[in-house]
Design a protein around this ligand. Structure first.
Ligand SMILES: [Ca+2]
Ligand SMILES: [Ca+2]
Length: 223
């Protein structure tokens, strides 16, 4: 069975997942996506996932460094990691955070930046956007393919994040899960949320990728 991800043209494509209360996450959170960057958009930053004034994962266009922000006491700012997202290859990005225990930014199942505990996250009234900053449309476009966006109302453990990287999705705590589109299923402008929370994404311009989703190398996990 073939699956297709969504391609964002870097000009004006984005997905809007609305502002349901299930996306107001305060105590612990995980944000996750598979991405395949396809070059610069001409904007200063490239949004992967952003809910303005509360949580986000973004790429700094000038050097492709991944950064994140959380609206806690000190983290609603550009927190640059040391990870430079390569173009033209699939990578798995995860931000996990707990108000008392902290967390980290993970790439391909490995932590690239630990995050110290900084208290609860303040929610916001903005819609959740993928591929652009909905607060300033057209301002922070991502050029490339995005797939399997997941958001949880809890902080996944490092072991769970590794499992997810090897395509054993974790279901407990899901509030949003945008699955790859089956080739035979017309998209009809909606990126379906399989979490059960009905946070379906409205597609603005993004198109089914012509590339099949690329699986990481098979490996048996020792648990
Ligand atoms: Ca733009
Ligand atoms: Ca377009």
């Amino acid at each position: 069975m073939k699956y297709k991800a969504l391609f964002f043209d870097g000009i004006d494509d984005y997905v809007d997942c609305g502002n349901d209360e299930s996306l107001d996450i305060t105590d612990e959170i995980t944000i996750e996506a598979w991405v395949n960057r396809r070059g610069n958009s001409g904007d200063q930053h490239n949004v992967i996932i952003r809910k303005s004034e509360t949580y986000e994962i973004v790429v700094q266009e000038s050097d492709r460094r991944v950064w994140w922000a959380l609206n806690t006491a000190n983290y609603w700012t550009i927190n640059l990691t040391g990870y430079y997202l390569p173009n033209n290859d699939w990578h798995h990005l995860v931000l996990a955070y707990h108000k008392d225990n902290g967390g980290g930014l993970y790439v391909d199942g490995e932590v690239v930046q630990p995050i110290a505990a900084d208290g609860p996250i303040s929610p916001s009234g903005y819609n959740l956007g993928i591929g652009d900053n909905l607060e300033n449309l057209g301002g922070w476009n991502f050029k490339g393919i995005i797939d399997e966006v997941r958001i949880y109302s809890r902080a996944l453990s490092e072991e769970e994040i590794k499992r997810s990287y090897y395509h054993q999705p974790i279901l407990d705590g899901l509030v949003l899960w945008l699955l790859p589109q089956r080739e035979f299923m017309p998209i009809k402008g909606t990126w379906w949320d399989r979490s059960g929370k009905r946070n379906h994404g409205t597609i603005h311009g993004a198109t089914p990728s012509t590339e099949e989703f690329h699986l990481p190398p098979l490996r048996v996990l020792k648990v």
